[in-house]
Design a protein around this ligand. Structure first.
Ligand SMILES: [Fe+2]
Length: 322
């Protein structure tokens, strides 16, 4: 591994984004959004006309939600790139004939803006790496007490506090075209896929197994955001807490095949999902991950309940753009 001057991991000689720094979407009711993500365990801060999603104790804003009439709608993604890679990145866009676009109306004019094949707005900014530099440390479970029960009463269960964003999964009208674009333009790398139905991509400079994923649909949309928690117990506690709060629809608890993470997805008020994720695979900056085409029927989950029929529904494609 070759370290950058700042000590951050990098893949030598590769120009690529290092992080999915932020995702931005609109919903009709910001109060509803703040309630949902606060109960989910995030520091969901109302700031005038938007809600920012942070992990407790960490100032980085992983997501922003603005108010707009109509259904929930993905607005843009913002990626971080090492400063020394920014100019070569812009030169590559020019070489590939990828047009730069004006900044998104909800964004700022930092960095460079472009659009993916489905028309999603993307920002690439020189920024500090916020994706992980190493696999998450595995906390050692407390020793089992002798002669008494280890589990707390329900009322004594600790609230779940996700540590960071892991990834988002987007609907795509053409998964192969999306993978090609994000590989050529942004330098993301294919981790694994199931034919042209679903695909997972990691960052070149040390990354979770996926920071961005695509699922086939008739058009673009945001399917879920995934948030790292520190144990399987936390996945279950999050599931229980959200159920107790009335967010009763979801999928899990289970374990994925692709990415290996333990999961629970809770359905948000707009029909999409937020995922508690634990122990996802990690791709260091000096490892060539061998992308595998997994048979769909063998790749969705190792164990868990069957996904509900409302799990893969794109609520964004039937509505007019806003
Ligand atoms: Fe996920």
């Amino acid at each position: 591994m070759t370290a950058s001057p700042r000590g951050a991991p990098r893949r030598h000689g590769v120009t690529a984004v290092h992080s999915l720094s932020r995702f931005v979407f609109t919903v009709p009711d910001l109060g509803q959004a703040q309630r949902f993500y606060t109960e989910f365990g995030l520091d969901a801060r109302r700031d005038g006309g938007r809600v920012d999603l942070c992990a407790h104790g960490d100032p980085h804003c992983w997501g922003s939600i603005f108010a707009a009439p109509g259904p929930k709608r993905l607005q843009y993604l913002s990626f971080g790139i090492y400063e020394e890679d920014f100019d070569p990145f812009v030169e590559r866009l020019d070489r590939l004939g990828i047009a730069k676009t004006p900044p998104h109306r909800l964004g700022d004019d930092n960095g460079v803006w472009l659009a993916d094949p489905d028309g999603n707005a993307l920002q690439v900014v020189a920024a500090v790496k916020v994706s992980p530099a190493a696999p998450a440390a595995q906390p050692r479970p407390a020793p089992h007490p002798e002669g008494r029960g280890a589990a707390p009463g329900r009322s004594g269960a600790q609230p779940v506090r996700p540590q960071r964003l892991s990834h988002v999964l987007l609907f795509s009208s053409d998964v192969k075209a999306s993978v090609r674009f994000y590989a050529e333009a942004l330098g993301l790398r294919l981790s694994d896929h199931s034919g042209d139905v679903i695909a997972f991509m990691h960052g070149a400079h040390a990354s979770d197994h996926h920071m961005l994923a695509f699922a086939k649909s008739a058009g673009p949309g945001l399917h879920h955001s995934s948030w790292v928690v520190d144990s399987i117990d936390a996945v279950g506690l999050g599931m229980q807490h959200m159920t107790d709060c009335g967010y009763v629809r979801g999928w899990g608890l289970g374990r994925h095949v692709i990415g290996s993470n333990y999961f629970f997805y809770v359905q948000d008020p707009w029909g999409s999902f937020a995922e508690y994720s634990h122990d996802i695979d990690f791709v260091p900056a000096d490892v060539e991950w061998r992308a595998t085409d997994h048979p769909l029927e063998d790749s969705f989950y190792v164990w868990g309940p069957p996904p509900p029929d409302y799990f893969i529904v794109n609520h964004e494609i039937a509505a007019p753009a806003g």
